[in-house]
Design a binder for this molecule. Sequence first.
Ligand SMILES: [Zn+2]
Length: 269
Amino acid sequence: MPELPEVEVTRRGIEPHLVGRTIAAVVVREPRLRWRVPPAVGALAGRKVRAVKRRGKYLLLDCGDGHLILHLGMSGSLRLVAEGSTPGKHDHFDLAFGQQVLRLRDPRRFGAVLWTTQPPEAHQLLRHLGVEPLSRTLDGRLLHGLTRASRVRIKPFLMDGRRVVGVGNIYASESLFLAGIDPRKQAGRLSTEHCALLSKSIKHTLRTAIRAGGSSLRDFVGSDGAEGYFQRRAWVYDRAGEKCRRCGTAIRKIVQGQRATYFCATCQK
Ligand SMILES: [Zn+2]
């Protein structure tokens, strides 16, 4: 599943090719994605893309009088292809810009192509999203405030997109390792020092994955951020029973909120 780093890599990959360009044509081959592609999307030709933004895992194409909202769902990818290249079976949506076409491939059709004329942050899919982990807004102080009075364990807390958006399973485990925090600790019991360390670790982990994904920008697909991350060797994720890279203790695997959590009981307190 595309995670925040992959979506950001995609954003950076397509941005220089789209900004300032006018949409020449829109092709919707399959409107039945997660939600039906609205008719307004089909009428976007003639609009100029002013900016390519991201909020959580949503890509937002600012078209001046509205935003095209794109989400990659479980299996989606965006790439730029040459005009006239034959679409594959799962290529459901094209945005044509002269000689280049932005093409959405989505085999499982959990992705989304939507249009809004509201401010995008007010859209029903976006308005409940938590703080952006890579923004300056997220720091130790904010995280400390967010976690107060929460009895949720810190690992599922981090993965709750209404609190902090886009910290997926891999990144939550890895960030907690780097910050030396036991994933079973109650969020509300984290100290200010813990929260400062953790907010830094989250940013570091996501940035590392974005950098790893950036190496595949050539084809504008946005490699899987997770794969990119693994190439750089995970500290704990998916390493149950293997030795901690810091202290040699066997990495433990537990289940929290139906998701696997990996940690080192020696390094994480
Ligand atoms: Zn360890």
